[in-house]
Design a binder for this molecule. Structure first.
Ligand SMILES: [Zn+2]
Ligand SMILES: [Zn+2]
Ligand SMILES: [Zn+2]
Length: 323
């Protein structure tokens, strides 16, 4: 497994990312919140935290039906502030082959110079839970079918970075850390598959042809291509039990079930089956337009991942031609 990153000082005071700290946590481990929670409150908090962690849609000109920003925080914040959209939250859920939850934790990156996935990879409690669920002796005895022992699902707002993050530099890849590190060395040999489910794509969907200047296109083009290459890191490991997907309805229902009760109730009213109750009857943040926007984004993200999983590696025009 990769060398553990060095973590610097916490810099999240007063921000969305400082939520756990405000809950009374004081150490570096403040940014790992476990279930059951020590304060007895929900794992994911209220609407503002749900938006910060998953629901928020950045302006996306490439999604022609819903190009504008979508933020639930504005409607529920007393000062009308929107999400700062800094930082990534990862919820890790380890389930056994019967689908029963064996481990559940929430990680967020603070300081921003580290990535939330790094907290996942180095979390000894997660490693222990995997080992308990799928013991090593068992793993040695035979070649494991992917998923035969269970699945680790990582729910996150953005797909893992790959040589393109602004704060970890061009050599760092959370995609490699998860696929070549966590999965190949710990999960795969134990028959545990890895599923990463995201609510938005980090740069991979950008169409640089729409950028204003040739200078911008030249600057951003390679970064967009690196993000797409990261998607292909997951696609190449599909046969070993690794998947990268957009969040689906079941994923959303699960994440919302980890929020405060009023959020879960409002969400069920807005997103419930059958269409009746379309639009929230509760605090009003899950409006019909918000529901439609989020659904369109989930489809867009799924399509982006499909398209860039299939496109050829680093062969200039191949990426644009695909899809
Ligand atoms: Zn912090
Ligand atoms: Zn938001
Ligand atoms: Zn990363």
């Amino acid at each position: 497994m990769r060398t553990r990153p060095a973590f610097g000082r916490c810099d999240c005071a007063g921000s969305d990312r400082g939520w756990e700290v405000a809950g009374g946590y004081t150490s570096e481990a403040s940014h790992v919140r476990r279930s059951p929670t020590p304060d007895g409150n929900s794992l994911l908090g209220g609407v503002a935290q749900l938006c910060h962690a998953f629901f928020h849609c950045s302006p996306t000109p490439e999604l022609s039906s819903h190009p504008d920003e979508l933020c639930l925080r504005v409607a529920c914040d007393p000062a009308g502030r929107k999400c700062e959209t800094k930082g990534v939250v990862v919820v890790a859920a380890l389930r056994d082959r019967a689908g029963d939850l064996r481990f559940l934790s929430r990680y967020s990156n603070c300081p921003l110079s580290s990535h939330a996935e790094e907290y996942v990879v180095r979390d000894e409690e997660l490693v222990r839970a995997v080992m308990e669920m799928a013991p090593e002796d068992d793993a040695r005895s035979s070649t494991k079918t992917p998923g035969s022992a269970g699945t680790l699902t990582l729910y996150q707002r953005l797909q893992p970075c790959h040589g393109s993050s602004d704060n970890r530099g061009p050599l760092w890849s959370c995609s490699d850390a998860l696929v070549a590190g966590l999965h190949r060395e710990l999960l795969g040999p134990r028959g545990v598959s890895l599923r990463v489910a995201v609510s938005y794509t980090y740069r991979a969907h950008w169409d640089v042809r729409g950028f204003e200047s040739e200078r911008e296109r030249r600057w951003w083009g390679p970064k967009v291509e690196a993000a797409r290459e990261g998607i292909r890191v997951f696609a190449a490991a599909a046969k070993d039990g690794v998947t990268l997907e957009a969040l689906n309805a079941e994923d959303w229902a699960f994440l919302v079930s980890l929020c405060d009760e009023d959020v879960a109730r409002d969400y069920a009213a807005a997103f419930g089956e059958g269409g009746e109750g379309f639009g929230s009857k509760g605090c009003g943040v899950f409006t019909a337009p918000a529901v439609a926007h989020r659904r369109a984004m989930d489809e867009f993200v799924a399509e982006q991942i499909r398209r860039h999983s299939a496109s050829g590696p680093t062969n200039g025009r191949a990426t644009n031609a695909a899809g």
